[in-house]
Design a protein around this ligand. Structure first.
Ligand code: SF4
Length: 367
């Protein structure tokens, strides 16, 4: 008999100080939050608020908006007031927009010290304004815009260079007694990024915003982010996440939520357990899984639905799930909580699963 191997949970969350981004606590053991960023012109208030509403509906908890022009800065007050989730202004190059964002009531401001000229001289004023308004600052270091001094010192954006940049800027704020800070050290290479965050986590107690920058189109970006966030979060590192995809921001939120659910850092909602299909399949598993997923999209209750192609693993998986189908001979055996409740023709499998899922959801909601 094999020796018993105890199940190892994820590492305990790293102890970080808590900051308040509007009503969302980041750090201090608070649940890991999911962020995204709008792609509209921020000065187009209607379009930006519309996109924020879509992000909110998809489960986004904090949203960032770009602020490259005075028109964008002028729009911040209305956007911050009308958004249902906290708004962070993203500032590059122009320190004057940092003050505008604080005045506009943004829940936080992200600054990129690498590309704000004479940023160090401005820190005292920024710390004073942010402190008076109770506005936290994210020091957002990015491999693509690393401080030139550090680029020369290290030759490229190494984990040490990213971390040194972030901690140098944090120390400037600390000199003025300002510690309402979170930090990100993003790189497009997940290995460099993971090492940078590990180093940073060991050197400070600020909450950390995880991100693989310029992660790429949806498929590649999803994999890079899942691998990097999975490694860090399983070590207890990370207080808020943003998946960066060359895809609509709602997709970023879906991926972010799925990463947290997969690690049990967020309660799982709909989970489709479907087999990859093989030469034994007696039904089109891909189509069936897609149709069931689409039919149950948006379901908020935790529900595990098994969609299996044949009787090899089908009954076993279907029995373990809340709801499932094991297909064979043009028919589907429908399981609810481990019991076969009926057998339906293949053409009725999807509608029967959706019907039964609705019944289970209604029972759960009533409990
Ligand atoms: Fe193949 Fe059946 Fe396993 Fe699906 S459940 S992968 S069809 S053996």
């Amino acid at each position: 008999m094999l020796p018993e191997v105890p199940a190892r949970p994820l590492a305990a969350r790293r102890k970080s100080r808590a900051i308040q981004v509007g009503p969302v606590t980041v750090g201090g053991g608070a649940p890991v939050s999911v962020q995204s960023m709008t792609t509209t012109r921020t000065s187009d208030v209607g379009a930006t608020l519309q996109q924020i509403a879509e992000l909110t509906a998809s489960g986004c908890q904090i949203v960032r908006v770009a602020c490259p022009t005075q028109d964008d800065a002028d729009a911040l007050a209305v956007i911050a007031r009308k958004s249902q989730i906290p708004v962070i202004a993203d500032i590059h190059f122009q320190p004057k927009y940092v003050f505008a964002a604080i005045d506009a009531g943004c829940a936080a401001v992200r600054v990129n010290p690498g590309n704000i000229k004479q940023f160090d001289d401005k820190v005292r004023e920024i710390a004073k304004a942010a402190s008076e308004a109770g506005t936290p600052i994210r020091i957002g270091v990015n491999a693509g815009s690393l401080d030139r001094r550090l680029l020369q010192k290290y030759g490229k954006a190494t984990p040490e260079a990213l971390v040194e940049s972030a901690l140098w800027e944090a120390s400037l704020f600390e000199e003025h007694g300002f510690r309402d800070i979170k930090i990100s050290v993003k790189h497009n290479d997940p290995v460099v990024m993971v090492n940078a965050y590990r180093l940073l986590a060991a050197r400070c107690d600020y909450p950390l915003h995880l991100g693989v920058t310029e992660a790429g189109p949806a498929f590649q970006g999803t994999i890079k982010s899942a691998v990097a966030f999975g490694a860090l979060l399983s070590e207890g590192i990370g207080d808020t996440i943003r998946v960066s995809l060359s895809a609509p921001p709602v997709e970023e939120v879906k991926v972010g939520l799925q990463i947290l659910e997969s690690l049990n850092l967020k309660q799982r909602r709909l989970e489709i357990v479907s087999c990859p299909s093989c030469g034994r399949a007696q039904v089109d598993v891909y189509k069936l899984a897609d149709q069931v997923t689409a039919g149950l999209e948006g379901m908020e209750v935790p529900l595990r639905v098994a969609v299996m192609g044949c009787v090899v693993n089908g009954p076993g998986e279907a029995r373990e799930a809340d709801l499932g189908v094991a297909s064979g001979n043009g028919k589907g055996q429908i399981f609810v909580k481990g019991e076969v409740i009926k057998t339906v023709p293949e053409s009725k499998i999807v509608e029967t699963l959706i019907e039964e899922a609705m019944k289970i959801a209604a029972r759960m909601a009533a409990e």
